[in-house]
Design a binder for this molecule. Structure first.
Ligand SMILES: *[C@@H]1O[C@H](CO)[C@@H](O)[C@H](O)[C@H]1NC(C)=O
Ligand SMILES: *[C@@H]1O[C@H](CO)[C@@H](O)[C@H](O)[C@H]1NC(C)=O
Ligand SMILES: *[C@@H]1O[C@H](CO)[C@@H](O)[C@H](O)[C@H]1NC(C)=O
Ligand SMILES: *[C@@H]1O[C@H](CO)[C@@H](O)[C@H](O)[C@H]1NC(C)=O
Ligand SMILES: *[C@@H]1O[C@H](CO)[C@@H](O)[C@H](O)[C@H]1NC(C)=O
Ligand SMILES: *[C@@H]1O[C@H](CO)[C@@H](O)[C@H](O)[C@H]1NC(C)=O
Ligand SMILES: *[C@@H]1O[C@H](CO)[C@@H](O)[C@H](O)[C@H]1NC(C)=O
Length: 661
């Protein structure tokens, strides 16, 4: 049901910017994407995007033969072209500022416990988590002392303008206290953004309070969000000749205004900026650097960054008479090939090398499957879990130092995790999306040493882009191997058999392997990572459910190889040494054993037996164990809930410390 292309001579400006959209939060949705629903339940679905159950059809298998028995010949030392050293926090999150009250919490004393758990899972594996609060809505965000009804933020829907339909956002310092209190429970480090649409004068409201409240938990401030899109007509924030030189002048002006306002006595703000954050739309990085960006602002830049989505789905999100909505089925194969990542990242390789020469980390500040909310059946299926892992590993290989995957509200398909709609938060749990699995696994693949190097394995001729493989190194020695199988073949004929050998080392008698599994790339929800899952829609309190199942694979001592089978589809993380395994699970897990409640009853149910055996176990022994209301403890639960309702005093959220997994 693709709408016919309208070739009016008065082509709306919207068409001029196709493919150029930065991320946006969608406020007015349009259900065009649902027209492509293929399942019976989905075809009649009329709810918001984040909970659309529709699935696509399995993609076809390649017609040519695929190399499925793959020799993976690693070297114990001296491997050339390893990436720079990576941190466990490589895979972070970018949260659209306007939805922080749904995702982070209502205020500093009412934190969303599922969010804490989701972050704690990553902290356990990686040591820390990077979260950016911003996006399009940061550009018009205005700090106010108070808002009606004790809200911490409020969209001014009557102020909606432009094609991205982004309303101005008012927020209170309570949002910053909320972030600060989260950081005192889990090791989250934050990025914020300076509103940049209006520069004369800049709205500097965020600068002082964020320094004071977040202190060392703040990693940096984005100086402009995709400035190379400011001048496109529909955005209309700058004139058409707006250039990197003009952006540089604004950057200087910002520094001067911060000084004039006396907002940065320690100099910390002026050395914590992140730029140029371009979308490689109107400008290239080289043009920005050639315009003197680093020469002028090296001392001011804590990080270099870009933002990039492989494509957009804006026509489905915004509709309009000339919208040409993409059938997700037609683009599904583009998300199931390693070539997509090499092609997307190729333009950045010169700059990630350059960044090393100037000692700057280079970040992918905002990304996801497709801007304007992603694609139904792709962004919310197992496809995205494999795509996100391969993309993150390829970025690590390509000398990025981190990547933040974006999440918006209920009206998008691509959220790594989604809070229930506010008026359903008393009886619904969270929905954990495929990209959260990618995040968790990337944290494990990197580990907490800050010393991990990645290399995409391309030493075999005829290696299919459907089966990318990565070597992961500590101190130059391979410690883990990551294997992606994008193919979808229930017969088993396309299972990968990776035959791992390490020149210069004796192979162990056996290796441990963790699998990310689903029955098809189009499956939604209930994926498993080493046997554990976050369930389907509305089923997660942020803790993995089920018993961890790590496979032991015997190696061939005679041949000095270990052969790892990876189902089609699937992903395997192979731990080549016991150290590589224990390092990852060594950190104590910390979980928060209840959900933030807005009413005194919570009818969401999670099998307590599952919780008892999940990560951060032994919950069943504790008062706050039940997320459902146990029949014989109704009074006690009611009291607990009342206490939580009165303000989820942080001290009452007991951080349970136990040995992980
Ligand atoms: C990443 O940086 C390392 C160290 O400078 C270099 O050897 C390697 O070739 C780079 N990788 C890519 C893909 O540019
Ligand atoms: C909302 O936006 C409109 C239009 O820009 C403006 O006139 C109004 O003052 C704004 N309201 C608030 C509460 O900021
Ligand atoms: C949480 O934030 C409030 C301020 O809103 C503060 O009084 C309280 O001490 C904070 N708690 C923690 C644990 O930081
Ligand atoms: C690589 O980037 C540097 C710094 O921006 C630039 O001077 C150089 O011309 C670029 N090289 C190529 C081949 O684009
Ligand atoms: C929640 O709010 C939405 C939008 O206002 C409404 O359509 C829906 O019926 C409400 N759901 C419940 C359970 O109150
Ligand atoms: C890794 O780096 C982070 C951030 O720079 C730091 O807080 C942490 O202590 C480092 N971990 C190790 C093991 O050095
Ligand atoms: C925080 O939110 C909770 C739940 O809505 C409310 O009971 C409490 O009064 C709020 N605290 C503040 C300081 O606004």
């Amino acid at each position: 049901m693709v709408r016919p292309f309208c070739s009016s001579s008065l082509l709306p400006l919207l068409l001029l910017v196709k493919g150029s959209f930065a991320e946006v939060t969608i406020y007015q949705t349009n259900n065009d994407q649902a027209a492509f629903a293929t399942t019976a339940s989905g075809a009649s679905y009329t709810g918001v995007a984040a909970y659309n159950p529709s699935t696509l059809a399995r993609p076809p298998l390649p017609t040519s033969s695929v190399l499925t028995t793959i020799p993976v010949n690693l070297q114990n030392a001296g491997t050339p072209n390893l990436s720079i050293k990576q941190k466990g926090s490589f895979f972070g999150f970018s949260i659209e500022m306007s939805v922080t009250n749904q995702v982070l919490g209502k205020n500093s004393s009412h934190i969303q416990v599922p969010f804490l758990n989701l972050m704690a899972n990553i902290q356990q594996r990686a040591g820390s988590v990077m979260v950016r609060v911003g996006g399009n809505t940061q550009e018009s965000a205005h700090l106010v002392a108070t808002l009606p009804d004790d809200r911490i933020l409020q969209k001014n829907l009557s102020g909606v303008t432009g094609t991205t339909q982004t309303p101005p956002l008012d927020y209170t310092p309570e949002l910053l206290y909320l972030m600060r209190n989260i950081s005192s429970l889990v090791n989250v480090h934050w990025f914020l953004g300076i509103p940049w649409f209006v520069t004369n004068p800049f709205d500097l409201g965020i600068v002082g309070p964020s320094q004071e409240i977040l202190g060392d938990h703040l990693l940096g401030y984005q100086a402009a969000n995709e400035p190379d899109q400011y001048s496109i007509p529909s955005h209309g924030h700058r004139t058409s000749d707006y250039s990197p030189v003009d952006y540089g002048a604004e950057f200087s002006s910002f520094l001067a205004q911060v000084d004039a306002a006396g907002l940065d006595p320690s100099g910390r703000v002026k050395s914590s900026l992140v730029g140029p954050n371009i979308a490689n739309f109107a400008w290239s990085l080289e043009e920005v650097f050639d315009a003197g960006f680093l020469a002028n602002f090296s001392d001011n830049l804590a990080y270099l960054a870009v933002e990039k989505y492989p494509r957009d789905n804006c026509d489905a999100a915004f509709g309009g008479p000339d919208a040409v909505v993409t059938d997700p089925q037609s683009v599904l194969p583009l998300y199931l090939t390693h070539d997509a990542h090499t092609k997307l990242l190729e333009p950045y390789l010169n700059s990630t090398l350059f960044a090393q020469t100037v000692n700057k980390e280079f970040l992918m500040f905002e990304t996801n499957t497709a801007s304007c909310g992603g694609f139904l059946g792709i962004s919310d299926s197992f496809t995205a879990a494999l795509w996100g892992l391969d993309y993150a590993l390829q970025m690590a290989h390509s000398n990025f130092s981190g990547a933040m995957f974006h999440l918006g509200g209920q009206n998008v398909f691509y959220n790594p995790f989604t809070a229930p709609p506010t008026n359903q938060s008393t009886f619904r749990q969270w929905s954990v999306g495929p990209l959260y699995y990618s995040a968790l696994i990337m944290a494990e693949a990197m580990g907490p040493s800050n010393n991990t190097q990645v290399r995409h394995y391309d030493d075999v001729e005829d290696l299919s882009p459907s089966t990318p493989i990565y070597g992961i190194y500590e101190n130059g020695t391979p410690v883990r191997v990551a294997i992606v199988n994008y193919l979808d073949d229930p017969t088993g004929a396309h299972d990968v058999h990776a035959v791992i050998a390490i020149a210069g080392a004796t192979m162990p008698a056996a290796v441990k392997v963790k699998y990310l599994a689903a029955t098809s790339v189009v499956q939604k929800g209930n994926f498993t990572w080493a046997g554990q899952t976050f369930g389907g829609l509305f089923e997660s309190d942020g803790r993995p459910m089920g018993t961890e199942d790590v496979k032991t694979v015997q190696c061939d001592v005679g041949a000095q190889t270990c052969t790892i089978d990876v189902p089609a589809p699937g992903f395997a993380l192979v731990f080549l040494t016991d150290d590589a395994f224990t390092e990852d699970k060594g950190a104590p897990s910390m979980t928060f054993a209840t959900t933030a409640r807005t009413k005194t009853h919570n009818t969401a149910s999670v099998d307590p037996a599952l919780l008892a055996t999940s990560n951060g176990n032994r919950m069943a022994d504790h008062d706050l164990a039940g997320t459902s209301k146990p029949p014989n403890a109704a009074l006690r639960t009611a009291q607990t809930s009342l206490l939580l309702a009165l303000g989820l005093v942080l001290g009452t959220v007991v951080a349970m410390l136990g040995r992980g997994v």
